[in-house]
Design a binder for this molecule. Structure first.
Ligand SMILES: [Ca+2]
Ligand SMILES: [Ca+2]
Ligand SMILES: [Ca+2]
Ligand SMILES: [Ca+2]
Length: 291
């Protein structure tokens, strides 16, 4: 189940609504290889760039913010919003946000299919903002079938984020690295082995099988004091349950907004040789602040 052991499943799910709950989760456990998973197809390829000489050292410059150079194709900008966002399932306070989009049917999408017969059929728009104390995220999901019938949030229609606050991209999840899932029924939870995070969420639907949600994560629970000057390791994924696998017991397709090419961490995801952002921090992109 692409690195997601059942041991993670319970206990870390909270009913959200803007409750500001803090919660903990059981640790990540490895599992046996899942032969039913089709390897990712057409992982995006880096375009080689001509090597450039490093700039001369400048004693007046601050040290690099992080160890990993930003990749323009994997960088999302979070806009500053002094008054913050009201996490109430009403996206009107996201007017003017900078939205990013990805789809399971994008050419070259990093797509993992749990069900061999899965037809790529989910697309996501997301945006991020930050205030003096909080990171906010909003998601708008277009889907052909909305399915919520499992205990584990990722086995239903859901979206998820990956946060590596110190952006070291070191591979295995450390205590500060987080995998947070948001569901269409205003549930959200963290399923990484690290320290607890404070997360809230509230979802809604414009009709049909489409849905949206917004959520918040407190800086203090991420070990940061501000987004100013920060580059966070950051990724977004979407789980699409279309009722195929075990009549909806499992997700049917997963796709990521950005999946860093390269060998990844060979030992981070024992149940998924390809490596996944839920267990390998070398895969996500970055979240950077707009002033
Ligand atoms: Ca709102
Ligand atoms: Ca679908
Ligand atoms: Ca399900
Ligand atoms: Ca679905």
């Amino acid at each position: 189940m692409r690195g997601r052991a059942i041991a993670r499943m319970l206990g870390a799910v909270i009913a959200a609504g803007a409750c500001g709950c803090s919660f903990d989760a059981s640790g990540v456990a490895g599992g046996g290889a899942d032969a039913s998973i089709t390897p990712p197809i057409d992982a995006p390829q880096m375009v080689a760039d001509a090597p450039r000489p490093p700039p001369p050292p400048d004693a007046n410059l601050p040290p690099p913010i992080d160890a990993r150079p930003p990749d323009i194709t994997g960088v999302a900008h979070a806009q500053h919003m002094g008054g913050g966002i009201n996490v109430d399932g009403d996206l009107s306070d996201w007017d003017g946000a900078k939205w990013y989009a990805f789809s399971a049917s994008d050419p070259g999408a990093h797509l993992i299919k749990k069900a061999a017969s899965y037809s790529p059929s989910v697309s996501v728009q997301f945006a991020a903002r930050w205030s003096s104390s909080t990171l906010y995220f909003a998601f708008q999901i277009t889907d052909d079938q909305l399915i919520i019938d499992s205990t584990a949030l990722w086995n239903d229609d859901s979206v998820e984020i990956y946060l590596d606050p110190d952006n070291d991209g070191s591979g295995p999840y450390a205590t500060d690295d987080h995998w947070i899932v948001f569901s269409p029924d205003s549930m959200c939870g963290r399923f990484d082995p690290g320290a607890a995070v404070t997360v809230t969420c509230a979802a809604g639907s414009p009709g049909g099988s489409n849905w949206f949600t917004e959520g918040s994560v407190d800086f203090s629970s991420l070990g940061i004091s501000s987004m100013s000057g920060k580059h966070l390791g950051f990724g977004v994924g979407a789980n699409d349950d279309d009722g195929i696998t075990s009549n909806g017991a499992n997700y049917d397709g997963y796709t990521a907004w950005y999946y860093a090419p390269g060998p990844g961490c060979s030992t981070c995801c024992p149940s998924d040789p390809a490596g996944e952002e839920v267990c390998d921090t070398t895969r996500p992109g970055e979240l950077v602040p707009d002033p």
